[in-house]
Design a protein around this ligand. Structure first.
Ligand SMILES: Cc1ncc(COP(=O)(O)O)c(C=O)c1O
Ligand SMILES: N[C@@H](CCCC[NH3+])C(=O)O
Length: 415
């Protein structure tokens, strides 16, 4: 069931018309559906069924603490990539023993804080990270749980900026080198090898690359186990895509079935790290049309949201659907470039969109729940927008729109 529907000619999120949200909270703002978020998380949890597993939501996709808290209440684990994300998870009531820590550049203070909170696993991506962790764990008299993130060199078939599993990408450790590093890790006194990890990219729309990567990881696991190195959990990363336009990615159930078919009888605990597939289609960016403008070649719809609020179109040329909150028939339709107020030619939310518009109209940019607010910035000294969560007919302000004066709060004049 879709929780983003037209009723009486107005786009609703669950039981709330977006026009009411704009009236109460202003625009631009992000609006999320609790029911959709929870349904998406449950889809992954259910897909892994009876097999021991942990769904570690990738915090980077949407890190609002109200959202992390809802997922924590469902029993979610979390995939983090910085101490900032760790603090968010803790502030949201997440359980550190369900946290895995990914990333190629973990600083010493970040590793230390994660060790002190007792996270579930460090997904190590650089050989020297093992030495740092071993030393820090030794200083604390604890053992650091580690898995190595393997770079299986498979083509995820996604946008080059979000592919992570090719040897030309900075992520993970190549298979042969991983074997060497696992041997080293197994000998370090303050490390405990607990698993293996792999994440090949984001917005994957077919299962094949996941299966190819799994094959390579399993071949490595067999060699490691042959040497007596225990691999108890398999972390398959995130990356399952969503429908933005006409993509047809596998449902979590189908994805899991294919993985299990390949795994056969096994004794692993399975970890997965979905981000986009949980949050992406659970949110929209709500924006108001300020001006219409036309020249010899183009019609522009200038809205109050911009690339600082939603970067994906500018950064990846990503296509996200833009729909009117209250569709109208009383004006001519034009093919509009929907653009924001930021001083960059790349500041667009959509190009060549056939729309009927009058200034003041509200538009919703769909599929904006993941990598929307979390990638937003203050470029052009624009305050970041409010975030709102709808639960049935209840509307919660889960992050206030930023106050302009606070944008330069930490800055200092010279004496
Ligand atoms: C290590 C890791 N895990 C999980 C994710 C989440 O990916 P996605 O949002 O595509 O599910 C990412 C981002 O690509 C990642 O880098
Ligand atoms: N930010 C990207 C995905 C990157 C995934 C993180 N490794 C996007 O919006 O598509």
């Amino acid at each position: 069931m879709d929780h983003f529907n037209y009723r009486d000619g107005i786009l609703h999120v669950e039981d709330v018309p977006l026009s009411a949200i704009a009236e109460q909270h202003g625009t631009p703002c992000y609006v999320y559906s609790r029911a959709t978020l929870e349904r998406h998380w449950h889809a992954f949890d259910a897909a892994l069924g009876d097999c021991p597993h942990l769904v570690c939501y990738a915090v980077k996709a949407n890190s609002n603490i109200a959202i992390l808290n809802l997922l924590a209440r469902l029993g979610s684990g979390f995939d983090i990539v910085s101490v900032g994300e760790l603090e968010r998870v803790l502030a949201a009531g997440g359980d550190p023993s369900r946290v895995v820590f990914s990333g190629v550049g973990k600083r010493e203070d970040e590793l230390a804080r994660a060790l002190d909170t007792g996270i579930r696993c460090f997904n190590v991506e650089v050989a020297e990270e093992l030495d740092r962790l071993d030393r820090l764990a030794g200083e604390r008299g604890v053992k650091a749980p580690v898995s190595l993130r393997v770079n299986p060199d498979v083509d995820a078939g996604t946008h080059p900026y979000i592919s992570t599993g090719l040897s030309e990408n900075k992520f993970g450790i190549e298979v042969e080198e991983a074997l060497v590093q696992y041997r080293r890790a197994a000998r370090m006194p303050n490390l405990e090898v607990v698993g293996i990890d792999c994440h090949i990219g984001s917005q994957l729309t077919s299962s094949m690359p996941f299966i190819d990567a799994l094959d390579r990881v399993l071949a490595l696991v067999a060699r490691l186990r042959g040497e007596g190195i225990a691999i108890r959990h398999l972390d398959l990363g995130g990356g399952l895509g969503i429908r933005y336009r006409d993509e047809d990615p596998p449902h979590p159930t189908e994805y899991a079935e294919q993985l299990f078919r390949r795994l056969g009888r096994h004794d692993f605990e399975i970890l997965i790290e979905p981000g986009r597939a949980v949050a992406g289609n659970a949110g929209i960016l709500l924006t108001r049309l300020e001006y219409l403008k036309a020249n010899q070649t183009k019609h522009f719809a200038i809205v109050d949201a911009a690339m600082n609020d939603l970067l994906r179109p500018a950064l990846y040329g990503a296509w996200q659907e833009i729909v009117p909150v209250a569709p109208r028939n009383d004006v001519e339709s034009h093919s509009y470039d929907v653009v924001g107020p930021v001083c960059e030619t790349g500041d667009f939310l959509g190009k060549s969109r056939e729309l009927r518009l009058v200034p003041g109209d509200l538009l919703a940019v769909r599929s904006a729940g993941a990598y929307g607010f979390s990638m937003s910035s203050n470029y052009n000294s624009r305050p970041r927008p409010a975030e709102i969560l709808v639960d049935g007919s209840a509307v919660y302000l889960i992050r206030e729109r930023e106050n302009v004066a606070r944008l330069f709060a930490g800055e200092r004049l010279l004496p």
